[in-house]
Structure formats: C-alpha cells, structure tokens
Design a protein. Structure first.
Length: 413
C-alpha cells in the first residue's frame, strides 16, 4: 500500500477520461458522516469553475490525477455542506491527540493509497505534526521532487494516527458538520480533558464544550483552573451552562457560580431544573472558606435501624459519584447524625447485619461554619474518606470529600 500526502495532492494536474488536462486539485474532501477516513471526492479548479470529482471516478493518482469520466460530468462545487475539506479545515489547525492527551498543530495529512477495480482508494492514515510535513510544504515547487524526497528521508516522522485525532471546530456555521469522533475525547479522564482544554484558545475551548456530553463536560469543567473555568462558562449560552452545571457536584457547581456576576448566576439558575437549582442555591448561601461552603449534598444517609442490605440497595439507586459512597451515614428520626459506616465493613458483613453495629468510633464531624484549617486537620489526623458536616442542632447537612480538600489546597498553591 502506497503513501501520499495532502500537500502532494494539492495542485496536482487532473486529466479527464480522454487524457486532456482539465484543471488542478484545489481540495481533498471527506464526507465524515458516511466514512470518517475515506476520501470522498476531490475539488478540481477548472476554467469553468470548481468541480467535484468523486474518488470513485479516479483511476490513478500517479503522475497526476487520472479520471475515468469526462470533465463535463463533474458537478459544480459551489457548496461544501457536510464535507470536511482537509486543506481548509485541517492544515495549520489545532487538533486534539486523544492518545497523547495533548493539542497539536497539523502540518500535513498522510493518506494510504490503494486501488480496487481500477478505482483509487484514499484513506487518511494520520496527521503530520512534525518538521517533515512543514518542510514538505515549504519546499514544494522550490526544489526538484527527487531532492525533496531525499531530504525528507533524513527527517524523523512525527505522525498521529487518524483514529487518535479529534477535530476542534470553532466556526459555528460548520460545527454540526465537524462533530467527528468526540466519543474518543469523551472517553478520556476528565483531568486529561481539562489539561487539553487549558492549552486551547478561548474559541476552541468553547467548541470542545459545545460538543461534549453534559456529564463529560461537567467532569472536565470541575477539573479546570478557576480562571479557565470561568472563561469557559462565560463563553457558553446560559442554557448550555445550566445543562452542564446540573451534572456537576453541587458544591463544585456552587463554587463555580459564586465566581460569576450575580446577573450571570441568575441567568444560569433560571435555566436549571428545580431540584438541582435549589441544591446549588442553598450552598451559595454559605461562605466558600467554611465547611458548608466546601461540602456536597450528595451522600447516602439511612435510618439508624437500617441493615447492610438496605445500604446495598441505597447504593444501587444512588446517582452521585462513587467516591461519595465510601461512607454511609446514619441519622435518627430528627435527622441527627448518629453514626458513620465505612463501605468496606458493609461489603464484608452479612446482609442482615444492623449498620449501627458496624459504625466506627469515634464519630468525627464538623460544624457548618468550621474554617478550612479545622476540617483539613481533621482529614489529616483521622485519615478520613469523607467528613460529615452538621448544623447547630447536630443535623447532617452535607459531607466533605478528599477531592474538595485537594481542590482547595491546589487553589492556594
């Protein structure tokens, strides 16, 4: 299987079925909704205007592009809706290398060339992000082809396979067309997505968050540096932000909205579902540097009469994060905190075991107005997985998790 680059194809002479030179290649296009890697057509600049030459009508690409049809049969290329134009949309653009978890600049595109039934088949093999592609484009037409090929052999390749590339589309008019393979980006850890987003320009950050699933976007948004986080939220429509914020941990959502203007916060809250809006609004009432300002309201609390089986059933229906299930809390009929049970004890006990019998001692908690230093010291002293937060009546109002503490400490570095 031969290899050819985009820069080599661009400008190539195109011959029709009669062997007459009819024009030159102006663009190479994919129809990503049909096939993400296979070249669909070439856009040829002819004296009569730009024409579309389907690759199914190309018999060879060596020594120019050989078509098996007459140029009169090539349709006009007035529009490019639904097409990914590789020169316009990829060359010199930033894309996400989802394998290397980084942002790179495209210098060239490499194709695998094959033929079937006297028809050429071109598939994108990868994008060149190194010096080889840049040199090939810079020196094309300036030195003999044989000299250029010899020079390129001395330059180490730096290519990212096409399967590891996600397109960043910043033009709203073409965004729907270029929603290519963001499922790969979505499979990365939220922290990796955050690292990628922080390396992007503002409009590119917006483009990524426009395409991500709300749940994935929420996880990534929580991992961003506060300044970048705020910038992303300010760039998105309030209804889109509301959809994302609804999927965030309530405490993280409250921290985010607290950094925005009152007007912007209200715009987002209005767009949220009533239950999520109430949770976040309640947390916004607390000062950020207190236990209540850092706590989340997503936790599992069961009656003091509950058994290990009740805890397992509660975990099955719990919609919060897994780390918030590391400890199950017990409360009496008035909501007073009565005990905490580590998940490991529940898993290792018979299903009929009363949770109260598994409660750990001493029962560590802190008040809502406890300062950051106080609850951080409790985490350190007792090696806690979660820390319950209580009000002045000893009622459980939330829990602080290690990631809350880590985020707080990181912000102070």
């Amino acid at each position: 299987m031969a290899t050819v680059s985009l820069s080599e194809l661009l400008g190539s002479t195109v011959y029709d079925a009669s062997g007459v030179a009819c024009g030159r290649v102006r663009e190479v296009a994919l129809a990503p909704q049909e096939d993400r890697s296979r070249v669909s057509l070439l856009i040829v600049k002819t004296p009569a205007g730009n024409r579309m030459l389907p690759l199914t009508s190309v018999s060879a690409i060596n020594g120019g592009i050989r078509a098996s049809t007459a140029s009169a049969d090539w349709t006009s290329a007035d529009g490019s809706e639904g097409l990914l134009l590789l020169s316009r949309d990829l060359l010199d653009q930033q894309v996400i290398d989802v394998h290397g978890r980084k942002v790179v600049r495209v210098n060239d595109v490499d194709f695998h060339h094959d033929s079937a039934q006297n028809r050429s088949v071109l598939r994108v093999g990868g994008v060149d992000v190194g010096a080889r592609g840049a040199i090939r484009r810079l020196l094309k037409g300036m030195v003999p082809a044989v000299v250029l090929r010899a020079l390129l052999l001395r330059v180490p390749p730096r290519e990212i396979p096409w399967d590891f590339v996600d397109i960043i589309e910043t033009d709203p008019a073409r965004r729907v067309k270029l929603k290519i393979s963001h499922d790969r980006l979505a499979k990365l850890h939220p922290a990796d997505i955050a690292d990628i987003v922080e390396d992007l320009a503002p409009d590119e950050r917006e483009a990524v968050f426009e395409t991500l699933d709300e749940n994935v976007a929420a996880g990534a948004l929580e991992e961003l540096e506060p300044k970048v986080q705020k910038a992303v939220v300010e760039s998105l429509d309030s209804d889109r932000v509301a959809d994302i914020v609804e999927e965030m941990e309530p405490d993280a959502a409250a921290d985010l909205l607290a950094d925005l203007s009152d007007e912007r916060t209200e715009e987002i809250l209005v767009q949220m579902q009533p239950e999520e809006r109430q949770e976040v609004s309640d947390l916004l009432e607390f000062k950020e540097n207190t236990a209540a300002g850092r706590m989340t309201t997503e936790y599992i609390a069961l009656p003091v009469t509950a058994t290990a089986n009740d805890a397992i059933e509660a975990m099955r229906t719990f919609e919060g994060r897994m780390e918030n299930m590391s400890t199950i809390y017990l409360t009496d009929s008035r909501g007073t905190l009565a005990g905490s049970v580590p998940l490991v004890k529940i898993v290792l006990s018979p299903s009929t075991t009363p949770l109260l019998a598994l409660a750990q001692e001493p029962l560590i908690s802190c008040l809502e107005d406890a300062k950051e230093k106080e609850f951080v010291e409790l985490f350190d002293k007792y090696n806690l997985l979660t820390l319950p937060v209580i009000d002045e009546r000893n009622q459980l109002t939330g829990v602080i998790t290690p990631d809350d503490v880590i985020a707080m400490l990181r912000a102070k570095l």
